[in-house]
Design a protein around this ligand. Structure first.
Ligand code: UT7
Length: 329
């Protein structure tokens, strides 16, 4: 893939809704406390979409900023991919809704479902479209409104999730820069560990499925935790090897923001000091597909990457899935 034209990030944008739900707010809703949440997850607060905001609205705000930062008009876009597990509706896709809102008339548009790994899966997909010459650019957005599928009476899950969107425009970049490698994978056998059971063709929505709360996230937290720790390490090593790099080459590590303890275990395994790691799980919690782009875009806005830096993104999520990428900024 690396003998084809180099593809990298040429614009970035992010958006989180205004409303903040703190740990002390959650103490009033379920039997939990700030000390437990911070020590077990690193989360202090999360942003929650307003009742009139859907995933495409969050995605739109991030997309406008990414286009502006790329110096591009929506009409120039060739492709839009929205990575999400909380589309506005079953169909049309959130990407099509966004295509219309943006006025990106010539762009092909589709959603990609790989849960928290969706942003990296989407980057890999679009990069290959551009490398092979089918398209010249793409708008990739990770956007989720997890508050809409969270049971706020279940303390095991409701403390973990937030809403947001992160967007990048990708296109041809100078030689020596851009995406060097991707490592995508799935262990479908573990799919039952993190699900929304109802609302699809297996278990269509009914009064019974609603009363049984089967439209909310159900998760075996400790099993997903073990998978996450294992995969963050192995996917990082695999994607570094594919790029011909070693862990010493990493200038900035951008992990999925699910739990500070998962991030710390990866930092230990890779001998990474805190200044090389992006952590914003304390402010945004786990925003699924938005998590990695929110971390990446925030780091870019804070000036934490300079031209030529080696950036490594890695995430895991429902499916079970994982995705990692090495990028020269
Ligand atoms: O994007 C991918 C999505 N998912 C994840 O990344 C999740 C990965 N998993 C995790 O992050 C962790 O497993 C959790 C944060 C979900 C849970 O942490 P844990 O250290 O694995 O705790 P646990 O589930 O083993 O629960 C320990 C105890 C239990 O009490 P008992 O049975 O030991 O008496 C829970 O009932 O903590 C209790 N507990 C709580 N206590 C206060 C569970 N949730 C809460 C809570 N507040 N919110």
């Amino acid at each position: 893939m690396n003998n084809l034209r180099p593809v990298g990030i040429i614009g970035t944008g992010m958006y989180v809704p205004e409303k903040i739900l703190t740990n002390s707010d959650l103490e009033k809703m379920v039997d939990t406390n700030d000390e437990w949440i911070v020590s077990r997850t690193g989360i202090k607060e999360r942003h929650i979409a307003a009742s009139d905001q859907a995933t495409s609205d969050l995605a739109y705000e991030a997309a406008i900023k990414a286009l502006e930062s790329a110096g591009m008009k929506a009409e120039e876009l060739d492709l839009i991919i929205v990575a999400t597990v909380t589309p506005d509706s079953m169909f049309p896709s959130t990407a099509c809704i966004l295509q219309d809102k943006l006025g990106a008339k010539k762009a092909a548009a589709f959603d990609l479902s790989a849960a928290c790994s969706g942003f990296v899966y989407s980057l890999a997909t679009a990069t290959n479209f551009i490398k092979t010459g089918m398209y010249n650019n793409a708008l990739i957005i990770g956007a989720d409104c997890l508050s809409r599928i969270t049971d706020y009476t279940d303390r095991n899950t409701c403390i973990l999730f937030g809403d947001g969107a992160g967007a990048v425009v990708i296109g041809e970049v100078p030689q020596g820069r851009g995406f060097l490698s991707f490592d995508l994978g799935a262990e479908g056998a573990g799919g039952h560990l993190l699900t929304i059971a109802a609302g699809g063709s297996r278990e269509p929505a009914s009064c019974d499925t609603v009363s049984a709360k089967r439209h909310f996230i159900q998760m075996s937290g400790s099993e997903v935790f073990k998978f996450a720790v294992r995969i963050m390490g192995s996917a990082t090593e695999a994607v570094l090897a594919k790029a011909g790099k070693t862990k010493e080459d990493i200038d900035l590590f951008v992990p999925h923001q699910a739990n500070i303890r998962i991030i710390q275990s990866a930092m230990n395994r890779l001998d990474l000091p805190p200044e090389k790691v992006v952590i914003n799980v304390d402010k945004y919690a786990n925003t699924s597909a938005a998590s990695i782009p929110l971390a990446l875009v925030e780091a870019a806005e804070q000036g934490r990457m300079k031209e030529g830096d080696t950036v490594l993104m890695v995430g895991f999520g429902g499916g079970l899935t994982w995705g990692a990428s090495v990028l020269v900024w």
